[in-house]
Design a binder for this molecule. Sequence first.
Ligand code: DC
Length: 205
Amino acid sequence: MEKKISIAIDGPAGAGKSTIARRLAQELGYYYVDTGAIYRTVAYFFDLWGISPKDADGIARYIDELTIGMEYDADGVQHMIMNGMDVTGDIRSQEISQKASLVSAQPLVRELLLDMQREVARKHNVIMDGRDIGTVVLPKATVKIFLTATPEIRAERRTKELLARGEKADFAKILKEIQQRDYQDTHREIAPLKMARDSIKVDTQ
Ligand code: DC
């Protein structure tokens, strides 16, 4: 099989990774893999089972019950399939964001998802966004981008986005959630969020 091209986009929550990755993928005709959505699906599964994302034993006990699939619709939108159910719309809540951040610190979960992510990149040209794509998942990615902005700027954008959609948004609360997720995602032991040495840093302020 010919060698595939991979573009890794890493960075903290709300930096605009998925917007850029999706547009780039459309432009280039590559697969877009939103890896955060995969962790969100895991978090959603354990939430349904009533297992805390911090409960390593509970996770070990039930993880074999989980099957994750990814499908793409005609517009290239990635759908997450959990045990045969499309959960794409269910994994975007603030609660699941937090739980995804916590469950992603579990070694068993990271191990399970690693092969799945690498497999897509082995078969297709991809743009993959996440936290550890350039450092762990695809250390030999063709291009690595680290997209970032201050927590305040990211919270401000998120607030505007929600308000534009007619939803409620509290800047102070959103900022706190972003800061908490930044802390968790950068301080976990395995594959924490950090810039790969050969990454191009793009500050989006
Ligand atoms: O990108 P996102 O906000 O949808 O990601 C949700 C959480 O999943 C994030 O807070 C940390 C985790 N995650 C991860 O640990 N590694 C990735 N490659 C992508 C996401």
